[in-house]
Design a protein around this ligand. Structure first.
Ligand SMILES: NC(=O)c1ccc[n+]([C@@H]2O[C@H](COP(=O)([O-])OP(=O)(O)OC[C@H]3O[C@@H](n4cnc5c(N)ncnc54)[C@H](OP(=O)(O)O)[C@@H]3O)[C@@H](O)[C@H]2O)c1
Length: 276
């Protein structure tokens, strides 16, 4: 198995997600000779060069070499064009292809390549930009154990990753962690607004809400007890938390959350089949 220090990675598309991944890889000890990127936009190429001191090309096939991993970090609607551009080089060098594009399936990518290739489809989320992403990964049958390991190393540079064994599970991942940051932001916004409406200053409401969200997340992550036990620890009988939770129970809060996640999951499945 290749040492992580010897892996060569090529990024096709060097926008937001690629920038987060490259930054995370450097934090993990990757060096400038291990990473190359391409991007059609001159200003973005200059930005990437100045940030990371890596080689950045405008042509996806320029200095293609023998990358171990090609990360497809383009928008979903550009994936077909970008893959078709590099298809001969992919066939020749047989690297692991890692896609971060939402809704593009491994079989679509396989069709566009017109030959079998190792492909891993991933679903990162926006906190990956600060190294706190939650990432789902699915590997097709061509992927070897060492390629799985390489992909884990790359994704772990921007967060915490998990494998799913069925590609259809990527719709659940999309509905949970892909869309999930927006659920939490909505909750933070609503909590903050409620405190303000009750009379707290906007500044104090924002600070206390955000710190409560961070503190509760870290406590949930570091505790080895269930969420029910953590809830019980804040809830004394007939106390303030109890009064709030009774309201939620009355409004069927858990069902509201479930319905939202089901809607997101269905939409993800529709989007994947629309782009077939
Ligand atoms: N950002 C996130 O947090 C996030 C989260 C989950 C998944 N993703 C996925 O990550 C992928 C990239 O998203 P992003 O936010 O990084 O988008 P982005 O910032 O727009 O980056 C994509 C880059 O690809 C370039 N590009 C366009 N056509 C190309 C081609 N033929 N060959 C090579 N590069 C090309 C674009 O250049 P131009 O600007 O000049 O067109 C752009 O700089 C998407 O598929 C998205 O679904 C992103």
């Amino acid at each position: 198995m290749k040492s992580i220090r010897d892996i060569q990675i090529r990024f096709i598309g060097a926008g937001n997600m690629a920038t987060s991944l490259i930054s995370g890889l450097f934090n993990k000890g990757f060096n400038t000779n291990q990473i190359k990127a391409t991007n059609p936009n001159y200003n973005q190429r200059e930005y990437i060069r100045s940030q990371f001191n890596i080689q950045v090309f405008d042509d996806n096939n320029e200095h293609f070499g023998w990358p171990d991993v090609v990360v497809m970090a383009v928008k979903p609607q550009v994936m077909k064009t970008a893959l078709m551009e590099i298809r001969d080089n992919i066939q020749h060098t047989q690297p692991l292809l890692v896609s971060v594009a939402a809704g593009i399936t491994t079989s679509q990518m396989q069709d566009w390549l017109q030959h079998p290739n190792a492909i891993i489809r991933t679903m990162p989320n926006t906190p990956a930009a600060i190294g706190q992403g939650a990432i789902g990964m699915y590997a097709n049958n061509e992927v070897t154990d060492s390629q799985r390991f390489m992909c884990e190393q790359i994704m772990d540079a921007v967060g915490t990753s998990v494998w799913v064994s069925e590609e259809s599970d990527m719709d659940i991942v999309t509905a949970l962690s892909g869309s999930g940051p927006a659920y939490f932001f909505t909750f933070i916004k609503a909590l903050q607004a409620a405190a303000e409406e009750l009379g707290l200053s906007a500044e104090n409401a924002a600070l206390l809400t955000q710190q409560t969200a961070v503190g509760a997340s870290l406590l949930a992550e570091r505790s080895d007890v269930s969420m029910d036990v953590l809830i019980d620890q804040v809830t004394s009988p007939q106390g303030t938390t109890h009064a709030a939770l009774m309201q939620w129970q009355h409004l069927d809060f858990e069902n509201i959350v479930k319905q939202a996640v089901v809607a997101a999951c269905q939409r993800s499945a529709e989007l994947s089949s629309d782009s077939q």
